[in-house]
Design a protein around this ligand. Structure first.
Ligand SMILES: C[S@@+](CC[C@H](N)C(=O)[O-])C[C@H]1O[C@@H](n2cnc3c(N)ncnc32)[C@H](O)[C@@H]1O
Length: 371
């Protein structure tokens, strides 16, 4: 039987192995899935799958140094447990040794291409408006330097969580105008487009981040300049410090999103001002504001779907690295008369990324913010 046929992607360990490889998880993680797939050892048929579904699918330009590291570790692992290594794996490693001699991927701002696969547990994606599929793949150009582009050229864990939140509750975002602040690589926007948001506006204050984000939209077939059809995903430069009411009022979003944007105390007053302007663009009557405040005592499923939740709301996912900084954000939000509700324990966000061992969901919180 050909190796391609042997890979049953409904077997979670093989699916996890391939997904972890494409997301460029540390080689040890991919190898542990490979061992699980081979029920304890990296058999020749597991190696065949790795060859067909990982190595030949990778692109030397983007993944060269990772491929070299991964193959070296894999070969050592198989040899040390007395297994036979497939010839093609040895040959490929030898060719990387020659072609990648002076490229170890440690160059500052070296770009890699990660594929993030959201794995839907059943046959259905659970997303009524989306085609049935077992997975949704997003390709992202990222930097190996976490700080490049004012931190916006890497994938941060909160954007993975916010993406899982969007895919868990697609009906909240379908047919809505969504505006993201501090969008970074653009993952959240790509998920919003997948769940059929009517319009997606991504923003960032850093120009190199915006350039990288546009590349990612193209990589995922979401053109930002389509003269024939109305473009659905827009990228705008929006430094919070200089964003004026005039700059913001044209957007009038239904939903505002943000992932990992609460970390620099000096930016927080500006961020809160921007959130506040975006949330207050629709004037609510006092009665409606009062009723919206009562929403926060409702259970999460009602809270997310309640008709009074029609005014603009924000969903912000955050890792709280420094309690003082986060409390400062809360104090500023209160001064701006924003209601911040921690939804983390109230909503059940599906685990669509079970193979990402480096992604610690437990450290992330999700907040709903409204006036
Ligand atoms: C930690 S990264 C998070 C990126 C992305 N949301 C994610 O979770 O992967 C913070 C993002 O906020 C942007 N940012 C930081 N300060 C900003 C400011 N003052 N104005 C606009 N954007 C800012 C950065 O450029 C960066 O893209």
């Amino acid at each position: 039987m050909a190796a391609e046929e042997e890979l049953d992607i409904t077997v979670s360990s093989s699916l996890h192995m391939v997904s972890a490889f494409l997301a460029m998880e540390p080689p040890n993680v991919v190898i542990s899935f490979a061992r699980e797939f081979g029920e304890g050892s990296i058999t020749e048929s597991v190696q065949s799958c790795i060859w067909h579904h990982c190595i030949t699918k990778a692109d030397l330009k983007w993944q060269g140094p990772y491929l070299k590291r991964f193959l070296k570790k894999l070969i050592l692992e198989i040899e040390s447990s007395g297994g036979l290594v497939l010839d093609e794996l040895y040959e490929q490693y030898a060719s990387y040794m020659i072609s990648l001699q002076n490229n170890d991927g440690n160059k500052e701002n070296f770009r890699v291409l990660k594929t993030i696969s959201f794995l839907f547990p059943n046959e259905s994606s659970g997303i009524v408006s989306c085609p049935k599929s077992m997975k949704f793949e997003v390709r992202l150009q990222c930097s190996v330097n976490m700080l490049e582009g004012d931190t916006g050229c890497s994938i941060w864990p909160s954007s993975l969580f916010l993406s899982e939140f969007i895919l868990s509750f697609p009906e909240i975002f379908a047919n809505k105008c969504c505006f993201e602040v501090g969008s970074g690589v653009g993952l959240v926007g790509i998920c919003l487009s997948y769940v059929k948001a009517s319009k997606v506006i991504l923003s960032d204050g850093d120009l190199s981040t915006l350039a990288n984000m546009k590349v990612n939209l193209e990589l995922n077939h979401l053109s930002t300049h389509d003269p024939v059809h109305h473009k659905k995903v827009h990228c705008v430069c929006l430094p919070w410090e200089s964003a004026s009411e005039d700059d913001l009022q044209c957007f009038a979003p239904d939903i505002i999103l943000g992932a990992d944007i609460i970390y620099d105390p000096s930016c927080l007053p500006h961020l809160v001002r921007v959130l506040s302007l975006l949330l207050k663009h629709n004037k609510h009557s006092h009665a409606e504001v009062g009723a919206r405040r009562e929403l926060d005592s409702l259970p999460a499923d009602k809270l997310l779907r309640h008709p009074l939740g029609k005014g603009p709301v924000a969903y912000v996912a955050s890792v709280i690295r420094n309690a003082e900084t986060f409390n400062y954000f809360l104090a500023l939000a209160e001064q701006a008369k924003l209601v911040v509700t921690d939804l983390t324990e109230k909503v059940e966000v599906s685990k669509f990324l079970p193979y990402l061992r480096s992604y610690q969901r437990s450290s992330i919180r999700i907040f709903r913010i409204h006036v």
